[in-house]
Design a protein around this ligand. Structure first.
Ligand code: BES
Ligand code: ZN
Ligand code: ZN
Length: 489
């Protein structure tokens, strides 16, 4: 698929297809030229309605509101319709008159993200896809809006970089655990860093031992595949801010000795989604040349069973010296993150923000539903910035509040803290409050935790996302970083 920009009018010739987005069911808009036929087909412009009128070569796509998520979904629906038409195609779109820059970006991202599929492991390769060329027409004949060609070209380039980063993240998450284990994840990080101007250090279990990272190390013990700590670093010339990203990278989470049941174990290859999102974000910030210094730290481990596995009842010592009573080996992500957060704060001085991304709790999925990430932290203003960033790119996120009562639930009788809560309720928040124990006092207001357990991997198509990995977290954190990069300091 190719997306281009032209000053042409959207008059389609020689079999070119025109794509018309019908917003808010407004079938009276100048764009709509086939009202009679559309009425016959009962096309009302509802969400997910897409029709292809073969005789006039027009595709109509419905979206009931004009927010960014709706435009992205509409773009994804349009590309699916184009893919269902045989032959190589050229499709043209008039740029929408209301908020033209943001809607063009959203539609283009919808195209790129909706066109993604993960077919690597199909032995019988399906027939080669048709070539599709999509042209956004900035010289639209429909309206007199004045759009700067260069600005809109930049926005299209940006949408491609962001979408490719998301699709890159999706590929890593979708790759099965027999092929992608910590060493392989580390190799992929190195390759990514080499292609972009990013420094990348890889550490193995010897480093974890010498740096007293006893929590992360314990989780790794029973696996043949030894753990890796990945530390990437992107540093532009005059950074406006310094941000640390920390990702949970469980290449497989069997639950350990507190073994998951078969039903819950399937899809746990996706427990590396936080770390994979960090890689995708590093790729995009470098390609977008953002003016932000970013450290990307991934704790990459496989949680397995075996004679030397860590056990419920073990007491571990994390890098900051805190002792942890293990009562459930399936609450392993927080142990890996605890040490990675300590590592980040010990190694990197004077930063502005530290954000972790993790498929941390089933409780977050129960609380918010599978499509929404949970956002936690002490700093309301910072949380607000992420909520707004998510809105601006069509990702779903909701804040979950801390309180002193939940904090008491992770107390331990024998150690400083316990790795699970004593209550069955509020599990997403108690997990975040566990992580809070590994955030230094001076960094409390700089820290955010994003639980992506719901949207990271869903076994059905939803919105602009395919079956499997979605790349959750990449777009919203990137939007936040772009805002920082564009702000004056
Ligand atoms: N990786 C899981 C969380 C998860 C659940 C991710 C569903 C994606 C979808 C995590 O390591 C885990 O198993 N958490 C436990 C914690 C519990 C033992 C306190 C959970 O959520 O059940
Ligand atoms: Zn687990
Ligand atoms: Zn896990």
């Amino acid at each position: 698929m190719k997306i281009e920009l032209s000053t042409e009018k959207t008059i389609c010739e020689n079999g070119e297809i025109e794509i018309i987005f019908v917003v808010n069911k407004n079938l009276e808009h100048d764009f709509v030229k086939d009202s009679q036929i559309l009425k016959k087909l009962k096309f009302k412009g509802e969400n997910e309605q897409v029709v292809y009128l073969h005789d006039v070569n027009r595709i109509y796509v419905g979206l009931e509101s004009d927010d960014i998520e709706s435009f992205k979904i509409a773009g994804a629906n349009a590309i699916k319709k184009l893919n269902s038409i045989d032959g190589d195609l050229v499709a043209k779109i008039a740029i929408y008159d209301n908020n033209p820059l943001q809607t063009t970006k959203a539609i283009a991202e919808g195209f790129w993200l909706g066109n993604y599929e993960f077919k690597k492991y199909k032995s019988k390769q399906e027939e080669v896809k048709n070539e599709i060329e999509i042209i956004f027409c900035a010289g639209s004949s429909y309206q007199n809006i004045d759009i700067d060609f260069e600005t809109i070209q930049n926005i299209l380039n940006e949408s491609k970089i962001i979408s490719e980063a998301i699709n890159f993240t999706r590929d890593i998450i979708n790759t099965p655990p027999n092929e992608l284990y910590p060493k392989v994840f580390a190799r992929k990080s190195k390759e990514l860093a080499a292609q972009n101007k990013i420094d990348c250090q890889i550490y193995d279990d010897e480093f974890l031992v010498s740096h007293k990272m006893g929590a992360m190390l314990a989780v790794s013990l029973a696996s043949e595949h030894r753990p890796r700590l990945v530390h990437m670093h992107y540093k532009p010339q005059n950074p406006k801010a310094k941000v640390i990203l920390v990702g949970k990278g469980l290449t497989y989470d069997s639950g350990g000795l507190s073994l998951k049941s078969s039903d819950y174990m399937v899809t746990m290859k996706a427990d590396k989604s936080g770390a994979s999102a960090v890689l995708g974000i590093m790729k995009a910030i470098s390609e977008l040349s953002l003016d932000i210094e970013v450290h990307g730290i991934c704790g990459v481990v496989e949680n397995m069973i075996g004679g030397n596995a860590y056990k419920p009842d073990d007491v571990l010592t994390a890098k900051n010296g805190k002792t942890i009573e293990v009562r459930n080996t399936d609450a392993e992500g927080r142990l890996v993150l605890a040490d990675c957060l300590c590592y980040a704060q010990d190694e990197i001085v004077e930063f502005d923000y530290i954000i972790d991304l993790a498929t941390l709790t089933g409780a977050c999925v129960v609380g918010l539903g599978e499509f929404t990430s949970g956002l936690m932290g002490h700093n309301d203003e910072l949380k607000n910035d992420i909520v707004n960033a998510a809105k601006s790119c069509g990702e779903l996120v909701a804040t979950l509040p801390f309180n002193r009562h939940l904090k008491k639930l992770i107390k331990s009788e024998i150690a400083d803290i316990c790795n699970i809560s004593s209550s069955r309720y509020g599990g997403a928040i108690t997990a975040a409050l566990f992580l809070d124990n590994f955030i230094k006092e001076e960094n409390k207001d700089k820290w955010l935790h994003i639980d992506i357990a719901g949207p990271a991997f869903i076994e059905k198509n939803w919105g602009f996302n395919p079956h499997g990995a979605s790349g959750a977290g990449v777009a919203m954190v990137l939007a936040f970083l772009q805002n920082l990069s564009n702000s004056s300091k």
